[in-house]
Design a protein around this ligand. Structure first.
Ligand SMILES: [Zn+2]
Length: 136
């Protein structure tokens, strides 16, 4: 049986779809900066970034640079229809929001619920890098 915790080094990642609302995020990603949005009306951070606050529907949302650190809330290792197994997870950012993402550079000891992870940018085919997370 294959090692279920092999890193997804051989998996090709398509370029993310960039639109007007998400362009500032992807522009920052090109510089290795992880941005989230925070609402000036209720003070809460949210993910994914959008113009209207999902907590109070205010349009007073601003971009904020995040260290991109958090903990694995839950994860699943994908085996089907992929050349290399890879892990998807919900990561709870220290600012509060949960991010659906891929975990990379992990092994059996570091891929677990509650593990500390940090954003690590993964190149794509012809677009900005995408956010993935790796154990710290
Ligand atoms: Zn709000």
């Amino acid at each position: 049986m294959a090692d279920t915790t092999e890193a997804p080094a051989a998996r090709r990642i398509p370029a993310p779809a960039v639109n007007v609302e998400s362009k500032p995020f992807w522009d920052a990603a090109e510089q290795g900066k992880f941005l989230i949005k925070r609402c000036k009306a209720c003070g809460k951070a949210h993910w994914y970034p959008r113009n209207l606050c999902p907590h109070c529907f205010s349009s007073e949302t601003v971009w904020e640079e995040s260290p991109g650190e958090g903990v694995i809330y839950t994860y699943s290792v994908m085996h089907r229809n992929t050349p290399v197994p890879y892990a998807i997870a919900y990561v709870n950012l220290d600012e509060g929001p949960a991010v659906l993402t891929n975990i990379i550079d992990y092994d059996a000891a570091t891929l677990k619920i509650g593990a500390r992870v940090k954003v690590k940018w993964t190149p794509t085919e012809g677009g900005p890098p995408v956010f993935t997370f790796a154990p710290v």
